[in-house]
Write a protein that binds this ligand. Structure first.
Ligand SMILES: Cc1cc2nc3c(=O)[nH]c(=O)nc-3n(C[C@H](O)[C@H](O)[C@H](O)COP(=O)(O)OP(=O)(O)OC[C@H]3O[C@@H](n4cnc5c(N)ncnc54)[C@H](O)[C@@H]3O)c2cc1C
Length: 442
């Protein structure tokens, strides 16, 4: 007999996973701690609540979110099918009435004969022989999070998200920066932005007076010394950055032959070298301020930001060490992680990982092999990145075109605009996925 699956957390990922399995005849117990135990952000007692913005992003295929949603439609996402009934007019953005949507998700789950909803906080991982999908989200209850550290080992479960901006390589002026590592150790994988004394002080003075995002009360005072926002460091004194994330020691600018007064390092963020992250620049400056101030740096005048820096409570595992490309725990066959806790970031990404965890678990329980999705597809590229990224600096990740396997560039396609290239990538992704679904009977 096929065992019942326990899904922990009826958020975006958990609801999607539960419906995918129940539709395939797998019985599901879906645990949700609300309304008895709330989170800092959820407003309703309902399943599948979108906690903040009411937008699921653009529907245009040349946008990352548009492609991801198009793939989820092909894969038969139950969350998106329900969301479509509650769309509100918002141009090309897929925006919804999020409270009505959550109420409807709740009744859909409750009415499904294969799903038993249990309103209870899960405090521990069930026994190893029970199939489980953990989908407790960024605001996982503290008791359960503490218990999970036994499985993940303490240093591989993070409670706060501190991210630095990520910049697209093709928007960096490589003539104004130099490659190199401190004391020339190892490969010259860093890009360095040298600053003269006057430029450094001008930069610091902009940072300290820039507008920051107001944090809700629960997030105030949570900064760890190890990941202080860069503007907080700057406020501690005019030279604190020059002795911190902007220290120049060990660097020599090849154009002057000297160590610069200060330097900002950019670290490669992906294997394909399409993205660079600003090292030690976690920040809660408003996005427009990040754009304005970081674009004053030499080489970044035209910088395009793949992701802006930000800080908030966020529980997530160090996925590259814990998961394989199907979302399954490497150390436990019948345990999957889905949604934001699994290392993806965003509503649509969470739905995607919930759908895939539900489908892969169904295959696992019916004796069929688990199959990672192709790297040419958005869903496949996202899970591939999450399970294979550089673990030391791992942060929850949104899907972006930079994660896809690159296009074979013909002479003609080299002349394509950025948008046309994305359209080609999207078309290839959807064709690949369509064929793959049929071939794998996924
Ligand atoms: C403050 C904040 C704002 C965000 N805003 C956006 C945004 O605007 N756009 C966007 O794309 N993304 C946003 N995100 C990121 C992310 O997309 C959402 O958090 C998304 O809801 C994640 O989906 P999920 O299914 O992983 O988690 P959730 O949707 O949060 O679902 C997890 C569920 O698990 C339950 N739960 C937790 N612990 C337990 C337990 N021990 N036992 C039983 N149940 C439990 C929770 O009550 C919750 O219902 C935001 C995140 C945060 C923290």
């Amino acid at each position: 007999m096929i065992p019942t699956v326990q899904v922990i957390g009826a958020g975006l990922a958990g609801s999607e996973a539960a419906l995918q399995m129940a539709d395939r005849g797998i019985r599901v117990k879906l645990y949700e701690m609300r309304p008895q135990t709330g989170t800092e952000i959820h407003e309703t007692p309902f399943a599948g609540e979108m906690v903040c913005s009411n937008s699921l992003g653009s529907t245009e295929l040349h946008s990352a979110s548009g492609l991801l949603k198009a793939e989820l439609e092909l894969l038969g996402s139950r969350f998106l099918q329900t969301a479509a009934q509650f769309r509100v007019p918002a141009g090309s953005s897929f925006s919804v009435d999020r409270h009505q949507l959550a109420e409807n998700m709740e009744s859909t789950l409750a009415a499904h004969p294969g799903i038993e909803m249990i309103r209870e906080e899960t405090r521990e991982l069930p026994e190893t022989d029970v199939p489980v999908i953990v989908a407790t989200g960024p605001l996982t209850s503290p008791v359960f999070a503490r218990h999970l550290t036994r499985f993940t080992q303490r240093r591989h479960l993070f409670f706060y998200d501190a991210t630095s901006p990520i910049i697209r390589s093709d928007s960096i002026d490589f003539f104004r920066v130099f490659r190199g590592t401190r004391y020339d150790k190892g490969e010259a994988d860093f890009l360095n932005i040298p600053l003269a004394e006057g430029n450094y002080h001008a930069f610091v003075s902009e940072l300290v007076k820039a507008e920051t995002v107001e944090l809700p009360d629960f997030e105030k005072g949570i900064f760890f010394e190890a990941c202080l926002p860069v503007e907080e460091i700057a406020r501690r004194g005019p030279m604190s950055l020059a002795f911190g994330p902007m220290k120049p020691v060990g660097l020599k600018d090849p154009r002057t032959g000297h160590m610069p007064f200060a330097a900002i390092q950019l670290r490669r963020d992906n294997i394909r070298e399409t993205l660079y992250q600003m090292v030690g620049f976690q920040t809660r400056l408003k996005w427009k301020e990040q754009k304005r101030i970081f674009r004053t740096l030499p080489g970044l005048e035209a910088a395009e930001f793949e992701r802006f820096g930000r800080m908030h409570r966020n529980t997530y595992i160090n996925a590259p060490l814990i998961l394989d490309a199907t979302g399954r725990a490497r150390r436990r066959d019948s345990l999957f992680f889905a949604g934001q806790i699994s290392g993806v970031e965003g509503y649509v990404e969470s739905i995607c990982s919930g759908l895939l965890a539900g489908r892969q678990m169904s295959r696992h329980l019916t004796g069929r092999p688990l199959v990672p999705l192709p790297g040419e597809t958005a869903c496949g590229a996202l899970l591939d990145y999450v399970s294979s990224a550089e673990w030391k600096n791992f942060r929850p990740t949104k899907f972006s075109f930079g994660l896809l396997a690159p296009l074979e560039l013909s002479r003609e396609s080299r002349k394509l605009s950025k948008r046309e290239r994305k359209e080609q990538l999207a078309q290839r992704a959807l064709e690949t996925l369509d064929q793959w679904i049929r071939r794998q009977e996924f």
